[in-house]
Design a binder for this molecule. Structure first.
Ligand code: FES
Ligand SMILES: [Fe+2]
Length: 367
């Protein structure tokens, strides 16, 4: 790869890696079972206070969790059923009510002869789409955006169907840019994820992997997983795996063993500039997932915690805002992420289609 460490340092300083978010994009806000019918809750997403809820009829919705009157958190109020059967959120302070689309439906302190047009009072509404057991939220760069997004949320291919076999999440104390790098970084495995059933630092080999551009990201094309990863052995047969990264912070690994499949999705959503939620969801129709569920759950949790620990260690260092180095092919995916993010921002700002900066490549590293 052409970049050497010094040019990468310059590039990262100039474009402020680890700042800002990919906007005008869909993020995973919650997993479907998290939202109970007739209930709502507060979330912080991309440093925005968001009220996430689900109507009794089952529709997920999201509005800004700040009352436009005097800023009370609407999520501290209650869900009411209106005379017309619709639902509204009642502010806990003076009882103003808002529909799930953010439009004000009542200001109780007004007298009957008031000529104030309350429908002009609005709370920001965030577009929400629920599919594949995930609740996606569209985070627009323009806070006044109230239309429909130009595209739907990504459809994760190869979902095996039915309920996920494993769902977990962990909040990492780091900006999403660095959390994503941890997700797509091949070189930390032998150091951060040392355990007898996965691999040890002693068993490193040279790897050669083919990559291709894919929608808003890149894919490590289908290949046999490394022989030094014992975890694949429980699947038996001859597993083949394909790993895809897509903006803003999605990575999915699709493993096939004959006709059986495993799909592991990691979906990162910024809570704020210093905190990122990592959602992990796995689907499978492979017998091992039912038989070995308790073990797989513990193993997946161990991975999450190990990554959480190491980014905690890293975020202490990042507080001094040091220059960073991207060295060799092992860091090429980090460069691609950064290039994709910049191109995403540029394409949205210029109102044109995203032009994928990733080229077909073969990368080599030792892990
Ligand atoms: S602050 Fe919400 S109604 Fe007054
Ligand atoms: Fe990791």
């Amino acid at each position: 790869m052409p970049d050497d460490a010094s040019t990468s340092q310059k590039a990262s300083a100039a474009t402020r890696f680890g700042e800002g978010f990919v906007m005008d994009a869909w993020y995973v806000a919650a997993l479907s079972p998290d939202l109970k019918p007739g209930k709502m809750e507060h979330r912080e997403l991309l440093a925005e206070p968001v009220l996430l809820g689900r109507t009794k009829a089952g529709a997920a919705y999201a509005i800004r969790d700040i009352c436009p009157h005097r800023a009370a958190a609407l999520s501290a109020g209650k869900v009411r059923t209106e005379a017309n059967g619709g639902e509204s959120i009642e502010c806990p302070y003076h009882g103003w009510r808002f529909g799930t689309d953010g439009a004000c439906t009542a200001i109780p302190s007004l007298t009957a002869d008031s000529d104030l047009d309350i429908s002009k009072v609005r709370v920001r509404r965030y577009p929400v789409v629920e599919q594949q057991g995930l609740v996606w939220i569209w985070m627009a760069s323009d806070a006044r955006f109230d239309g429909e997004p130009p595209e739907g949320p990504p459809v994760i291919p190869g979902v095996v169907g039915g309920k996920p076999k494993l769902v977990d999440h962990l909040d990492y104390d780091i900006h999403i840019d660095h959390a994503v790098l941890g997700l797509i970084d091949p070189a930390h495995g032998p150091y951060v994820h040392q355990q007898w059933w996965w691999r040890t630092t002693a068993s490193q080999h040279e790897k050669t992997k083919r990559f291709a551009p894919s929608e808003a990201g890149f894919t490590m094309v289908r290949h046999e997983p490394s022989k030094n990863s014992k975890a694949y052995a429980i699947l038996g047969g001859e597993p083949l795996t394909e790993i895809t990264f897509r903006l803003p912070g999605l990575r999915w690994e699709h493993v096939t063993v004959g006709k059986k499949q495993v799909l592991a999705l990691s979906a990162m959503t910024p809570i704020n500039a210093g905190k990122t939620r990592m959602n992990q969801i796995m689907w499978s129709d492979h017998w091992a997932f039912t038989a070995l569920y308790p073990i797989i759950r513990i193993a997946a949790r161990a991975f999450l915690r190990q990554d959480g620990y190491i980014v905690g260690v890293q975020s202490q260092g990042l507080e001094s805002n040091p220059p960073l180095m991207w060295v060799g092919d092992a860091d090429q995916q980090a460069r691609w992420y950064h290039q994709c993010k910049r191109e995403w921002q540029a394409s949205r700002a210029e109102g044109r289609a995203f032009v994928n900066p990733v080229k077909d490549s073969v990368l080599r590293w030792r892990t």
